[in-house]
Design a binder for this molecule. Structure first.
Ligand SMILES: [Zn+2]
Length: 304
């Protein structure tokens, strides 16, 4: 085997990179489909003469499985456009294995990180977007790409389909409590930017992982994230050893179980979510992304 390796350096990773899992695809609206490998989730669109695929999944094998499933669902059209939701390899890492000659659309921050990262198999975007809102018109389809500011990863673009009442936003709000210990959440403005999406008209929310939800589920996700932020601060006030997992987990479980204990994955994940968030308050944020004016990140220091 000789798969594109992303950032792996060990030959042993080939087994992981090559696996092609069973994909589950489902039609959400006239032209919108959602697809999952059991963990990550994304969407693809049937345009007039082609397919527009969001993201690529996290390995060459998964990218191929994605391509095969799309071909199974819509046999007469090919993927001609790939849109990266954000820079992370587990979502946009292997476009080279999904569609070798597609146009690849990404936000400029995402593109800059990808350019400097140089991960094997992660294709450079060919069309760069900037700004908070881009109205797209591709092969007969019209939709809106939104990037209100740093939320998760670099250059995270969400997609709003006003006519179908669908919002897709990868690795942001989930329909459960399965947030991991991911440093690349930009806590400062995260909930504010997410709640901003509730000002738009939509009924169905497609997250970048796990199950689809609705406005109420999305709103509850914002409430949960905010509640962990509040209890993380209370932990300082009560002198919980906030850098240690077990005391932090016990503290937030006790505070949040009554209100959010029914969320899938609550007990297994609330501790690591709290450890991540508590470090936001301990350190003051994750670099420039967590400042009140994160647009300074777009200062033109990396040329594309
Ligand atoms: Zn991510």
């Amino acid at each position: 085997m000789n798969e594109n390796k992303g950032k792996f350096t060990r030959e042993a990773a080939q087994n992981f990179l090559a696996l092609e899992p069973e994909m589950q695809a489902e039609r959400l609206a006239d032209y919108i489909w959602t697809i999952s490998d059991g963990s990550c989730r994304t969407i693809f669109l049937e345009a007039a003469n082609s397919i527009i695929a969001f993201d690529t999944f996290g390995t060459p094998g998964r990218a191929r499985a994605y391509k095969k499933k799309v071909a199974e669902c819509i046999p007469e059209k090919e993927i001609k456009t790939v849109i990266y939701s954000h820079d992370h390899l587990d979502h946009s890492g292997f476009a080279a294995d999904l569609s070798a000659d597609a146009e690849i659309i990404a936000d400029e921050m995402c593109a800059k990180v990808i350019k400097l990262r140089q991960a094997e198999g992660q294709s450079m975007p060919t069309k760069i977007l900037s700004g908070a809102k881009n109205e797209m018109s591709i092969d007969g389809l019209e939709f809106t790409l939104l990037n209100p500011g740093p939320t998760h990863g670099s250059g995270n673009m969400s997609a709003w389909f006003a006519d179908a009442g669908v919002l897709f936003s990868s690795d942001t709000i989930l329909a459960n409590a399965k947030y991991g210990f991911v440093p690349d959440y930009h806590i400062c403005n995260f909930v504010k930017f997410m709640r901003g999406f509730l000002e738009l008209e939509w009924q169905t929310f497609v997250p970048g992982r796990y199950e689809i939800t609705d406005r109420a589920g999305f709103s509850r996700g914002c409430d949960y994230f905010e509640a962990v932020q509040l209890e993380a601060q209370n932990a300082f006030a009560e002198f919980v050893p906030i850098w240690a997992f077990e005391p932090m987990k016990g503290y937030v479980m006790n505070k949040l179980a009554e209100r959010f204990g029914d969320l899938d994955g609550f007990e297994d994940h609330v501790g690591q979510t709290a450890i991540r968030i508590v470090h936001h308050y301990l350190m003051g944020g994750w670099g420039l992304e967590d400042t009140p004016e994160p647009s300074v990140l777009l200062a033109n220091e990396v040329q594309l």
